[in-house]
Design a protein around this ligand. Structure first.
Ligand code: GTP
Ligand code: MG
Length: 615
């Protein structure tokens, strides 16, 4: 056994939880109390959620590092996303941590993603510190939630040692943590003390040469590509000659130009890295997440980061629509593919391949929401393209077809139980548990194929009048459960090019739900609404009122149309069927048939389109 030492000046922790249980808000409070903000300084809420999309949506998308110093010890903190589609970020974050703070909402209790992140932390043998958060909520039930946490740990086969976890109660938003519920509310000192006492300092072998696993990549305009990771052993100085071991184990020489560590939310230059610290190395061009950077004389690779395989794929193509190519700066497939490849470098949970035809790329990820965020990011960068319907990735083993299955947890009012259950059973779901708390709400567990859940969330919210809660968690690959329709309604399709007019739209309203408003440009094959019936219809949204009756002509402008909710990117992606596309430009999101000509579509029935795509 090599001798191990502890670097007692440091702690490395990841904060993990189900979505919205308060991780980023807690980090804010730690900063505030650590004097990182000047008094009266106006600071944004959720400072770590610094990406535009994170701020707009109020969720964390990418894991991020920061640090606070407490009693002379620097605590590196990794804030992780709680949304299931960004699970790959959690796996990456845990590879840098020696312990994890598991936050659980004092009212909601452990939810599916709590299970996912806790399992990952237990598998990585990390010390867990449990924090029951938001105890200020009027519906907080900390004692029951604690029982549920025990149940979850037992269910996950936690060891005796892991069951004996340190516990705190917190109100992250007010910057309060305490060891027991009857202590008065003060500050976060009890949490920081618990981290120092309970989370082990990083250990290292003092005789071993420099070795670091690359857990994240960054980019700086001044310094180029940055490699982020925890130093397992040894030290290194800037200008040192090191090597990078990639997936093949082939060493690539490199020279580190600059070394930085996290201080608050900023980076600070250091001359030398300490073993156990999380560092940012600059001057490294050819490096990927999972590579090991190590000493040239004694190179040895660390195990690569293992992330769950992607379950959803989507085809990106050039925008060939009649309105295509006008808004975007980057419209060629080569540029789009290049950008996607860059994303896969940074994001371990995304894979990119060239499509069968030259003009497409296949992107694989953890869920359609993750892909929607990528699309939205690219759109804002000036990219323009089309995407097809997200498809789940099937597997074939021993002659059997397997598909991804999710655990679905529904929490809704009793009166909606019937409609939700019926819809999920239609989608090949199976009910696995039902709890009625006697207060008018029910919690129902289902096991449902992932493919049937694409687009279900919107319907669910409508069906429960926005009061239902739906959580999903990938539960592995199981036997294919048979075909089920992806959507039960057809599309209303424009049959010509022009501008939509009020009179035509007014007459189309009874046919279904429209997506366009007067003045919107349309083209033949563009989807302008959702039909009430199962099949598609071709319509003329540009049809003016006949001017034969002069007296009524002026009324044309006066028709009163129902308000149209703009279709969001996520809605569009989950709305389209196999023979449809979403057209994405920096300014517009439109849906269309793959085959634009109505005549061609009618001679080519959907089954034949599929054959053609396969050919
Ligand atoms: N009542 C109450 N609400 C809180 C507390 N802490 C955070 N919140 C609220 O909970 C919501 C989610 O907070 P975030 O900090 O973004 O949660 P998160 O865990 O970082 O979310 P993701 O990163 O998206 O998983 C926000 O609306 C916060 O204001 C708390 O202590 N009490
Ligand atoms: Mg967050």
């Amino acid at each position: 056994m090599p001798e191990t030492h502890l670097n007692r000046n440091l702690r490395n922790i990841a904060i993990i939880s189900h979505v919205d249980h308060g991780k980023t808000t807690l980090v804010d409070a730690l900063f505030r109390q650590n004097g990182l903000f000047r008094d009266n300084q106006a600071v944004n809420e959720r400072l770590m959620d610094n990406l535009d999309l994170e701020r707009e949506r109020g969720i964390t998308i990418a894991a991020k590092n920061c640090s606070v110093t407490w009693k002379g010890i620097r605590i590196n903190i990794i804030d992780t996303p709680g949304h299931a589609d960004f699970g790959g970020e959690v796996e990456r974050a845990l590879s840098m941590a020696d312990g994890a703070i598991l936050l659980v909402d004092a009212s909601e209790g452990p939810l599916p993603q709590t299970r996912f992140v806790l399992k990952k932390a237990l598998d990585s043998r990390l010390k867990i510190l449990v924090v029951i958060n938001k105890i200020d909520r009027s519906d907080a039930r900390p004692a029951e939630v604690l029982d549920e946490i025990y149940d979850l740990l037992i269910d996950l086969n936690a060891s005796e040692d892991q069951l004996d976890f340190p516990l705190l109660y917190a109100i992250g938003r007010e910057g309060v943590a305490k060891r027991s519920l009857d202590e008065p509310n003060r500050d976060l000192r009890p949490l920081l003390d618990a981290v120092l006492e309970e989370i082990p300092a990083p250990s290292f072998d003092p005789g071993a040469p420099f070795q670091m696993l690359v857990s994240d990549l960054g980019y700086s305009d001044y310094l180029g590509r940055l490699a982020v990771g925890k130093v397992s052993h040894g030290t290194a100085r800037s200008r040192d000659s090191l090597v990078c071991l990639g997936a093949t184990g082939e060493p690539t020489p490199l020279t580190v130009s600059r070394i930085q560590v996290y201080e608050g939310i900023k980076l600070r230059d250091v001359d030398e890295v300490q073993p156990g610290d999380i560092v940012v190395l600059a001057g490294i061009e050819e490096v990927k997440i999972g590579d090991t950077i190590c000493n040239r004389e004694r190179p040895a690779a660390l195990p690569r980061i293992i992330v769950d395989e992607p379950t959803v794929s989507m085809k990106f193509t050039v925008n060939t629509s009649p309105l295509g190519g006008r808004d975007g700066t980057y419209v060629q497939m080569s540029r789009i593919h290049e950008r996607l490849v860059k994303e896969a470098l940074r994001n371990v949970a995304i894979q990119v391949e060239k499509g069968e035809d030259r003009d497409s790329s296949i992107v694989k990820g953890r869920g359609e929401f993750q892909l929607a965020i990528l699309i939205e990011t690219m759109r804002r960068e000036g990219y323009e393209f089309c995407v097809g319907r997200p498809e789940v990735i099937y597997r074939h083993e021993h002659g059997r077809k397997l598909e991804p299955i999710e655990r679905v947890l529904v929490d809704c009012e009793e009166r909606f139980q019937g409609v939700i259950t019926e819809k999920l059973l239609l989608r090949k779901g199976q009910m696995t548990n039902l709890v009625n708390n006697g207060k008018g709400r029910v919690r129902i567990d289902f096991s449902v194929p992932s493919r049937a859940l694409i687009g279900f969330r919107d319907e669910f919210l409508t069906d429960t009048r926005g009061t239902g809660i739906l959580h999903t968690l990938f539960d592995g690959y199981r036997d294919f459960r048979g075909e089920c329709p992806s959507r039960f309604t057809g599309s209303i399709v424009a049959d010509r090019t022009g501008k939509a007019v009020p009179y035509a739209l007014f007459n189309l309203e009874p046919r279904g739900r429209l997506f366009i408003v007067p003045g919107d440009p349309v083209y033949e094959g563009m989807i302008v609404g959702e039909h009430n019936r199962g099949e598609d219809i071709d319509v003329n949204p540009c049809k003016e009122k006949k001017l034969s009756n002069m007296r009524a002509a002026g009324k044309d402008e006066n028709v009163i149309l129902s308000p149209v909710k703009p279709v969001t990117l996520e809605q569009a992606i989950s709305f389209i069927r196999d023979d449809e596309l979403v057209e994405i430009t920096p300014l517009a999101i439109r849906m269309r048939k793959i085959v634009l000509s109505a005549q061609k579509r009618h001679t080519l029935r959907p089954s034949r389109i599929k054959d053609r795509k396969a050919a």
